[in-house]
Design a binder for this molecule. Structure first.
Ligand SMILES: *Cc1c(COP(=O)(O)O)cnc(C)c1O
Length: 372
């Protein structure tokens, strides 16, 4: 049995009538730019996340960049960011003109290690971007306490965490602002690029509305830096249909996550954790093995797709290295990157597929002890 690590077309087939009719309506109305569906999606997504405002933008990257700008991050400022994340988290800081300062990962959750944040704070530090990586919220109590003590703003990178909860509150409602991505494979994915900022701060929302639309607060008055970071109305219409299904899809991801965890419990793999008070939405189901490459190769031979999110921490990416040798600077993140592998995870998996993947792994017989 072939099991791909992700499949986007089954979901489209399941909701094809709803999607096609939403697209047809836009084509018939010619309502393409900052149209009715963008405004409605913003209301619906804010309500879903439990924030006062949501502002649609073109990507998750610009959601994060514009959040930082609206919160006053400028050249000369430093922003703390986990090095174990997708490069876009740090890129948002760079694009806002500030300097990313990396922090190592927590070995258990793979998220930013709160115990290592304070040592990275300097008089120039202005903000922290915790990432809810793989769909598991970061340790927000500790992060918010540090932020308050040092007068920092907190922008959540919720690009992998639509619908995740932390002490009952949704990702996106935990910091001063949050950035979401609607990249097609995300838990709520468009059929192209898209993004959203959530916040309960009216000034932040208003500034981002201007920034995304050529710097205009008022038509033809280009007051702020004139970006174009608008969310397409066509994508917004598609996302409104999909938002109605999101909780059902998260339920399925959680079901497959729990089943993997149950079936792989006897293996030597390090499995994902879900600490008390955290609700993981399993954007990715990531296990760890010291024999990661052998494990991936064996699964590939058996028709099972896997992926690595991500093979290199951001501080070791060429752009951020700029010729320096920084190996060993963040040892936990570097170790994690050498051990992680993402197993097939999408709502439309079947119980049989999850059982097949798990039993193939259990039957491999390669020593996979992580030794950690
Ligand atoms: C996907 C993703 C982003 C960027 O989103 P885009 O919409 O592709 O710009 C940022 N951070 C994380 C953690 C992501 O997974």
């Amino acid at each position: 049995m072939n099991v791909p690590w992700v499949n986007l077309t089954i979901q489209y087939q399941n909701i094809r009538t709803e999607i096609n009719s939403a697209i047809q309506t836009i084509l018939d109305n010619g309502d393409f730019i900052l149209g009715q569906d963008v405004a409605k999606l913003e209301e619906e997504f804010a309500a879903y996340c439990g924030t006062k405002y949501a502002v649609g933008v073109d990507t998750g990257l610009s959601a994060l960049e514009l959040s930082l700008r609206a919160l006053g991050v400028e050249p000369g400022h430093e922003v703390l960011v986990p090095t174990h994340t997708f490069t876009a988290t740090a890129a948002a800081i760079t694009l806002a003109g500030a300097t990313p300062v990396f922090v190592d990962a927590d070995p258990e959750t793979c998220n930013i290690d709160p115990a290592k944040i304070e040592a990275a704070i300097t008089p120039r530090t202005r903000a922290i971007i915790p990432v809810h990586l793989y769909g598991l919220p970061a340790n927000m109590d500790k992060i918010l306490r540090i932020a308050e003590k040092h007068n920092l703003v907190v922008v959540e990178d919720a690009c992998q965490a639509h619908g995740a909860r932390y002490n009952g509150h949704r990702a996106g409602s935990l910091g001063h602002a949050a950035g979401f991505s609607f990249y097609p494979t995300k838990n709520l994915g468009a059929y192209g690029d898209g993004g959203m900022v959530t916040t309960s701060d009216s000034k932040v929302a208003e500034t981002i509305r201007a920034l995304r639309n050529c710097g205009q607060r008022e038509k033809n008055v280009h007051e702020l830096i004139p970006f174009n970071h608008r969310l397409d109305n066509l994508q917004a219409a598609i996302l409104r249909v999909k938002l109605r299904h999101l909780d059902e899809w998260i339920g399925l991801r959680r079901k497959w996550g729990a089943l993997y965890t149950q079936l792989l419990a006897g293996s030597d793999l390090v499995l994902p954790v879900e600490p008390h008070g955290y609700e993981h939405v399993y954007h990715l189901y990531v296990v760890r093995s010291q024999q990661r490459d052998a494990l991936m190769a064996s699964l590939k031979e058996r028709g099972i797709g896997t992926a690595i999110h991500y093979p290199k921490p951001v501080h070791l990416q060429p752009y951020y290295l700029n010729g320096a040798d920084r190996r060993g600077e963040f040892p936990v993140a570097e170790k994690i990157c050498n051990e992680i592998v993402s197993l097939p995870m999408f709502p439309e998996l079947t119980e049989e597929q999850v059982e097949t993947v798990s039993s193939e792994i259990m039957g491999l017989g390669v020593p996979m002890a992580s030794g950690s």
